[in-house]
Design a protein around this ligand. Structure first.
Ligand code: SF4
Length: 475
């Protein structure tokens, strides 16, 4: 399983029903996954659906019947396996353990061999099921979740931010020792309810206060006595994913104490300082690059304007293109973007995007701007050149699909990479950010990040990585 998803958990000490909280939390995490959603509430069968959260009246009826004071939920963005109900979360383990997972297990085979000592492991088993079965084995043996996670942590390689509903009605939350994916804890005083969420934006919607991030290597347990925490791993170098700051997370969220919107603005300003570009107007590729374009504009004193509009009021037009599971569907969404002619016609346009990964969306955007009469196009990316695949939660599993690898293979000189990508995209200039500018913009030191997709250094994983084909990943 490789999933870049959103998870939520809720425990009401005041015995309030939490199913509506889970649903509202998932709606606010919709930007992390649009393929399916589901919730598990104590005492009920898990409820899962394909598509966006609460997309028909049946959902309102069914969720309305799920009374209970503790539960978990999940929205899915798949990077392995197809979009099916079976692959959707929460996953049920045995009779009454539920697990919702955001991350990647890269050594599923090793985990499967341990699990198969006690359970039958079918060929279709998912990595999340393997984690669930292994935790069940360990908890049955040691009767203690901390010990179970200490052992699991030694055995498992990859990234995970997960929430678990146990058969005793406890809510568990765990974040891998590197902290690849975000996870935070909040509290809503009026309803005496603790929340665990992928991002703090969910807490805002639930009128809960952010207590803090779950630390890398930390297990949080919430039960009738309140919340307690244990460290199952300490002293390991962090590897937060900077893609969370540039693209994935919601602008109002705080990750590691840093507001995503502010970080994006600062990254845009860093780009402007680095390239000292001139131009008539700065426009963002909607939506995630908007703060960076604003930061670029303030620093360069070139006016910021809206020049591209998403087809928000059309069916599927408001969806995020990058997290769609197949290329055709990604392109369909980008093709619904329209240019504002009055902004770009006859102008020297600076376009700011959060990243240029495969180059296919950028190519469509360039075509739209040219058609609208842009005289000159300079394209800037807040994320540095991506030349290697991601195996820790983002869906680009092969080098061959990456534009930087395609057009300049092993070239390391940023100016030459910029030129080669500009030529491939048929624009006047491309300016990628560098790692230093990204780190300064976010406000965390370089050593705090995973940058495997930029550097090719996968030492934040425990075992040597084997690159796989897209077919192996997506079937
Ligand atoms: S490889 Fe790149 S996208 Fe994947 S977790 Fe690391 S920094 Fe993020």
């Amino acid at each position: 399983m490789r999933e870049k998803c959103g998870v939520i958990g809720a425990y009401s000490l005041g015995d309030y029903d939490i199913s509506q909280f889970l649903v509202r939390g998932l709606e606010s995490l919709q930007h992390r996954g649009q393929e399916s959603w589901g919730i598990a509430v104590i005492g009920h069968e898990v409820y899962k659906k394909l598509g966006l959260v609460m997309n028909d009246l049946g959902d309102t009826y069914n969720v309305g019947k799920m009374h209970g004071n503790v539960g978990i939920g999940h929205v899915r963005y798949s990077t392995k396996g197809s979009t099916t109900i079976e692959n959707s979360h929460p996953i049920t383990i045995g009779k009454s353990l539920y697990i919702a997972h955001n991350g990647t297990v890269v050594n599923a085979e090793e985990l499967a061999s341990k699990v198969s000592e006690q359970f039958y492991v079918s060929t279709s088993v998912t990595d999340t099921e393997l984690v669930g079965f292994r935790l069940t084995q360990l908890f049955t043996k040691y009767k203690d979740w901390q010990t179970a996670f200490e052992i699991l942590n030694r055995e498992i390689d990859g990234s995970y931010s997960m929430v678990i509903l146990t058969e005793n009605g406890e809510l568990l939350a765990a974040r891998d020792e590197r902290g690849f994916r975000p996870l935070c804890i909040g509290y809503q005083e009026e309803k005496e309810t603790y929340f665990i969420a992928s991002e703090s934006c969910a807490l805002d919607f639930l009128e809960a206060s952010l207590i803090r991030d779950v630390k890398p290597g930390e297990l949080v347990k919430i039960d009738k006595d309140g919340f307690s925490t244990f460290m199952f791993s300490t002293g390991v170098k962090h590897a937060h994913c900077p893609f969370e700051y540039t693209y994935f997370s919601y602008p109002s969220s705080y990750l590691e104490g840093i507001n995503v919107y502010i970080a994006r603005k600062r990254i845009g300003a860093e780009l402007a300082k680095k390239y000292q570009s001139d131009g008539d107007v700065i426009i963002p590729v909607p939506d995630s690059a908007r703060p960076a374009a604003q930061g670029f504009s303030v620093e360069s004193k070139i006016p910021f304007e809206e020049g591209l509009m998403k087809g928000r009021y059309r069916k599927r037009g408001s969806l995020r293109s990058f997290i769609e599971p197949i290329q055709k569907r990604r392109e369909e969404i980008v093709k619904k973007v329209t240019a504002i002619k009055s902004t770009v016609e006859g102008k020297d346009v600076i376009v700011v995007d959060d990243s240029i990964v495969r180059g296919t969306s950028s190519s469509i955007i360039v075509g739209i701007l040219k058609k609208a009469g842009a005289k000159k196009i300079r394209l800037f990316s807040t994320f540095p050149p991506i030349r290697y695949p991601c195996y820790t939660g983002i869906d680009f599993p092969t080098q061959e699909e990456l534009i930087v690898f395609k057009v300049c293979k092993d070239e390391k000189d940023l100016n030459l990479i910029n030129k080669a990508v500009a030529s491939a995209l048929e624009v006047d200039f491309v300016g990628y950010n560098d790692i230093e500018g990204l780190s300064r913009g976010i406000g965390l030191p370089i050593k705090e990040f995973c940058l495997s997709c930029v550097t090719g250094d996968y030492s934040c994983l425990k075992y040597p990585l084997k690159f796989r084909t897209r077919k192996e990943m997506k079937g």
